[in-house]
Design a protein around this ligand. Structure first.
Ligand SMILES: [Zn+2]
Length: 253
């Protein structure tokens, strides 16, 4: 079992470093400097880089990391990923021998078309697809694709730890409360998250169980969520239409 180290980057990104023995794997290194600092401080060798999608704040540090470490680079086959050695499409199992790390690759199109999530040992690394309290914007995929991708992640065990790539939780939960003010689990979560953020503490990881109970984008079948969506888009009949209405609403929230 690996340890997960959180490396803050840019304004609100998280780079996740998985450590086992003397080797490490990083997920979505948007910049190299903070990763190199951790590797040097902990005397770890970088064996692998996992990229969830092509956006620069998820792969901008890959070249500088490769200049220092001969790491394998895993990422979407359909995207332009710096130094990609292991192109993936979803459905594969990847094994990184140096860390004895095995992860399943899940295709989660929506935010981008090639977006991948990595799942193993009870941990989910999901980039900009599922966020704590929310989900990524639809830059390339359709609402139907994103709703389907989120459903695939929601089907993982409730105790799965969700390591998303941004600290967006507090703003996401403000929106969630506008959608579903009657959800008491959600209001308690929003209070806890506000208290954490007031101390500048991270709110990631959450769990699939927490997300299913309070993330409106995983709750499109709940009556209160669907009713809120239909107040914005009266024609939002099915689950995908409810999801699309919520996503549009959040874009301008
Ligand atoms: Zn992105």
């Amino acid at each position: 079992m690996f340890d997960v180290i959180r490396i803050p980057a840019f304004k609100d990104n998280y780079i996740w470093l998985l450590r086992q023995g003397a080797s490490a794997v990083v997920v979505d290194p948007g910049e190299a400097r903070p990763v190199l600092e951790v590797l040097e401080r902990t005397a770890l060798s970088l064996a692998g880089i996992l990229v969830t999608h092509h956006h620069a704040d998820h792969q901008g540090g890959v070249a500088d990391l490769l200049a220092r470490y001969p790491a394998e680079v895993f990422g979407p086959a359909t995207d332009s990923i710096t130094g990609l050695t292991r192109p993936l499409r979803g459905g594969e199992t990847v094994h990184i021998a140096a860390c004895d790390l095995t992860l399943q690759v899940i295709a989660v199109p929506g935010h981008t078309l090639g977006h991948l999530a990595y799942y193993g040992a009870g941990c989910l690394f999901c980039g900009d697809t599922l966020f704590a309290g929310g989900c990524g914007r639809l830059f390339e995929g359709t609402a139907a694709q994103m709703a389907d991708s989120l459903a695939r992640l929601a089907a993982l065990p409730d105790d799965t730890e969700v390591y998303c790539a941004h600290e967006y939780t507090q703003a996401n939960l403000r929106f969630a409360l506008a959608v579903e003010p009657g959800n008491r689990f959600l209001s308690r979560r929003a209070e806890q998250v506000a208290a954490h953020r007031a101390q500048d503490w991270p709110t990631v990881p959450s769990t699939i169980g927490i997300e299913k109970a309070s993330n409106p984008f995983l709750r499109c079948r709940e009556a209160e969520v669907a009713a809120a969506a239909r107040r914005r888009v009266p024609g939002a009949r099915d689950e995908v239409a409810v999801f699309a209405a919520l996503r549009e609403w959040k874009n301008g929230f």
